[in-house]
Design a protein around this ligand. Structure first.
Ligand code: PXL
Length: 277
């Protein structure tokens, strides 16, 4: 009898002990969706950088030793998902990881974690920005929020960007950087929050969801984790964007109702059952 291996994704992201982002979000979300989630830490933080103070232990010098043991084990991945990178050198390390572990059928999602709401995150340097832009060439899907899409394409950011023409022109510049499929998240349209999807065949779609509440830390990580698991399950991109948007929206509403501080992220745990197929 042929033995079919369970699908697995390597997630290259930081481990932030508190604040619900990065690996602490990807591990439960991707696992709930039936995919084995294998973590490669880029940094270890007590809590994410959105808090006033945090402990930050850069993992750059350890990553190659870490995954060299995976090479020895002969591991293969159906997906590779990269998120928060803690240093400029990590981009070369991630490229090296992809070179070693991506087979012909491995799908790659790059979440260019750089900032939100027009501001960059505390640990982002101009060099890291340039290097993240280079990573995009390896990707099948990228999931920048509007701030990150503007940084990558050197477009001046305003919250008001929402016209299809402007979004198309940003997406076309992202294609020039090497993107194939693009999801620009968190676009403000009055009472709606939209996600703009641009696919490699030139199809595009603006998916609207009613605004469900505040802007919360880790939202992009919950969103990209759902897309990553669906990507290896072979779902159509617009279906998985809809699923991710609905999931995030429910968790934001509940988090606001429970008066969870915005920096503590989404109480997505309460809805994980809905992701289980
Ligand atoms: O959710 C994005 C993110 C990931 N990782 C770290 C962060 C942030 C956003 O602040 O600080 C460490």
């Amino acid at each position: 009898m042929e033995c079919k291996r369970q699908k697995r994704i390597a997630v290259i992201n930081d481990f932030s002990g508190f604040g619900r982002c990065s690996l602490t979000v990807s591990l439960p979300v991707i696992s709930a969706m039936g995919i084995q989630c294998c973590a490669v830490p880029t940094a270890v933080l007590s809590n994410h950088t959105g808090y006033e103070d945090y402990f930050f232990d850069d993992y750059t010098d350890k990553m190659k030793y870490y995954y060299s043991k995976w090479e020895k084990l002969g591991l293969e991945f159906d997906g590779i998902y990269t998120g928060f990178l803690g240093s400029e050198r990590q981009v070369d390390i991630v490229s090296d990881f992809i070179g070693r572990f991506a087979g012909e059928n491995t799908r790659i999602i790059v979440d260019p974690v750089m900032g939100d709401d027009g501001r960059t995150y505390a640990t982002l340097t101009p060099g890291l920005c340039r290097n993240i832009a280079r990573l995009i060439r390896h990707s099948d899907i990228i999931t920048p929020n509007l701030t990150e899409a503007c940084i990558l394409t050197e477009t001046p950011y305003t919250r008001e960007i929402s016209s299809i023409d402007t979004l198309m022109s940003i997406a076309e510049k992202l294609v020039e950087l090497g993107s194939k499929n693009i999801v620009i998240t968190g676009i403000d349209q009055g009472n709606d929050i939209c996600n703009f999807i641009y696919e490699h065949d030139g199809n595009s779609l603006l998916l609207k969801s009613p605004r469900s509440g505040s802007r919360r830390a880790g939202t992009g990580d919950v969103f990209a984790s759902v897309i990553a698991a669906d990507m290896v399950n072979g779902a159509a991109l617009c279906d998985s964007v809809k699923k991710a948007a609905d999931f995030v929206s429910k968790a934001i509403t509940a988090s606001d109702e429970m008066q969870i501080p915005e920096q503590d992220g989404l109480c997505f745990e309460l809805f994980l059952g809905e992701l289980i197929q």
